[in-house]
Design a protein around this ligand. Sequence first.
Ligand code: ADP
Ligand code: PHD
Length: 416
Amino acid sequence: MQVFKFGGASVKDANGVKNVSIVLQKVGYKNTLIVVSAMGKTTNAIEVIINNYLNNKGELQSSIHDVIKYHNEILLDLFSNERHPVFKKVSSLFEELKSFFDRNKSPDYNFIYDQVIGYGELISTTIISEYLNETGIKNNWLDAREYIKTDNYYRRANVNWDETQQQISSKFDKSILNITQGFIGSDSNNFTTTLGREGSDYTAAIFAYCLNAESVTIWKDVPGVLNADPRYFENAQLLNKISYREAIELAFYGASVIHPKTLQPLQGKEIPLYVKSFLKPENKGTKVEKGIGIEPNIPCFIVKKNQVLISLSSLDFSYIVEESISEIFALLHLYKMKVDVIQNSAISFSVCVDNIYNNLDKLLQHLKAKFKVTCNDNVSLYTIRHYNQEDIDQLEKDKTVLLKQLTKETVQMVTK
Ligand SMILES: Nc1ncnc2c1ncn2[C@@H]1O[C@H](COP(=O)(O)OP(=O)(O)O)[C@@H](O)[C@H]1O
Ligand SMILES: N[C@@H](CC(=O)OP(=O)(O)O)C(=O)O
C-alpha cells in the first residue's frame, strides 16, 4: 500500500490534472491511495468568499463566480462532452456551498470557515477522479470526512486517532485505487473540520499510519527537498536523504515543502516519505527515513517572510519571569499565533510570530494592558541549520538584524 499526495500546485490547471494521469501511468498505481488538495490557489479564493459573506455581502456572488469560472475552464479543457456527469457533480457542490450561506445561523468565523473552505478539495477530487476514470485509471472517490475524525477545534482540528483508525480499518478497501481529499476531516457531530492550512500532507501521513502503508510520496514542483527555498535562494541543492529528525526540524522552522505535522506519524511506524518532482517522476527525489542527518551534508536555509516581532517590557521594571511568561503564552495560544522564536532578559521579552489567523490587533490590545509593547511587522525570519560563519556574514549583509539566536546546530535571525 502506498499513499500519493498531489498538492494545489500540481493540479493548478487542466495540464496539471492530465499530468497526474501521466505520473500514475509512469510509476504505477497498484494498491494506492491518492490524496489531493484544492486546485491552485482555490483555498485562498474561498477565504475571500468567506470574508465577503461576513463583511462584504455585495461582493459575495462575484467571488463565488470567480471560483466557479476557474473550475469550469479546467472542466471544459478536460471533458469535451458538456453532458458528462462531472459537470453536474461539480455544480451541485457549488450549490451546496451557496446553500450553506443561506442556511447558516452561526456567527463563529472558525466554524463557518471549516464548513466552506473544504469545497476546494471536494471539487478538485471530483474532477480528478472523473478524469482518471475517463483515461482508463479506474478509481474510487472517498469522502475523507468519513475517515479522518477530529475534535472541533475549527481551523486547526486535532485528530482523534482511535476513531480515525477504527473508521479506516473498518471501511477502507486497500485492494483498489482510492482518491480522497487532503486537509479536511469531521468532528463527532459530523461537521467539517480542517487540519490547518497546507494540511494535506498531514492527511496523507494519517492515512499512511492507519493503513500501515509502505511509503508516502508527495509530488512537488521542485525536484525534492532542497537545502533552501529556490524562490529566495539561488543554487538551492537537492537533499538526497534526510532523517525524520532533520525533516521535522526543517519543517518546524518553516521549510514549506513539508507540512510540519506530517513527519510524526510516519516516523512512529518508520514509513519512508519521498518528495519527488511531478514533472520528472522517474527521478529519485528526496527520501526521508530513519537514520542520521542529511545527505549531502550541507547548510540548510529557511526563510519566513511577513512575520511579526513583538517586544514586551514590564511597565514598572519588574522582572518578566515564569508567571508573566505563562500569561503571554496563554494569550499567544488564545489568538492562535504560531510562535517562531522567543528571547527574554530580566525585564523584556521578544517573540517573533506568524500571524496566520489575523489576530494580531486583538493580541496587541490584550498585551498592552500589562506591558509596554513595541511591534515590528513585515519582518523576515531566517534560519540556517548546520551553519558556518560565512553563511551568517553573507545573510547579515544589507540587513538590519533585530534579533539573533544561536545554538550548536541552528542560527535564527529576525531581520528588517
Ligand atoms: N527546502 C525546500 N525545498 C524545496 N522546496 C521548498 C523548500 N522550501 C520551500 N519550498 C517551496 O515549496 C514549494 C512547494 O510547495 P507548495 O507550493 O505549497 O506545493 P503544494 O501546492 O504541492 O503543496 C516549492 O515550489 C518551493 O518554492
Ligand atoms: N488546500 C489547502 C490544503 C493544502 O495542503 O494545500 P497544498 O497541498 O496546495 O499546500 C491549503 O491551501 O491550505
